[in-house]
Structures are given as C-alpha cells and as structure tokens.
Design a protein. Structure first.
Length: 114
C-alpha cells in the first residue's frame, strides 16, 4: 500500500500512533530526498512520530546532499539534518550517492555492512 503525503501527513500519523483507544502504531516511515534537498515528508508534518525512519538516497546527483547531511549538525535550514534529532534513523545509500561521504566512512560501512 502506497501513500502520498502532503498536509494530511500529521493526521495520518496521528491515526497510527498507539493510544489507549488506538492500539496501532506507526513503526517505520520510509522516505527519500529530492535533488533540491527536500524530504518526501516534512519533519514539520509529524515525521518524528514514527518509531523508526529509513531515509533512502540514490543517485550521483545527490552526492552533495549526502555530504551536507553528513556534515550538518541539525537545526539548520537544511531540513534533512533535523533527522539527526530522531532516536532511530537509518540512511540507505547506493554507491553513487555514497560518493558524498569521506573515503574512510564509505570504506567502514562498505566493509562492515555490504
């Protein structure tokens, strides 16, 4: 099932959050980033309500965005860096997008997890 999100994202997540009345829980939210550095779902739209966030970034045209995400400390105008404040974020990169990371970081994660 695929959902397209816009202004109603927060209400969708609100419906999935575990409460006394609603035993459901939005466990994982998968999203991507476009070539302008915008997330599919804005942090301001309730993204942090998910227990786990998986950010998928692919393509050589996003190398600079990956580098910026790696370097930024959060709370800047670059919204994807705000994800660092979430308790559980996994970033999945293809080899082309990972070229934006320092060589030692690429080597570590390739050797350890690939």
């Amino acid at each position: 099932m695929k959902y397209l999100f816009n202004e109603d994202t927060e209400s969708f997540i609100g419906d999935k959050i575990k409460t006394k009345e609603n035993k459901g829980k939005l466990i994982t939210q998968v999203l991507s980033i476009d070539t302008n550095g915008n997330l599919d779902i804005s942090v301001r739209q309730g993204l942090f309500s998910a227990r786990e966030i998986i950010l998928v970034i692919t393509g050589s045209e996003k190398q600079e965005l990956v580098h910026k995400l790696y370097e930024e400390n959060g709370k800047t105008s670059f919204e994807p860096s705000d994800l660092k404040a979430h308790r559980m974020v996994n970033v999945v990169l293809d080899e082309a997008a990972a070229q934006g990371l320092p060589e030692d970081v690429r080597h570590y994660f390739t050797a350890r997890f690939a």
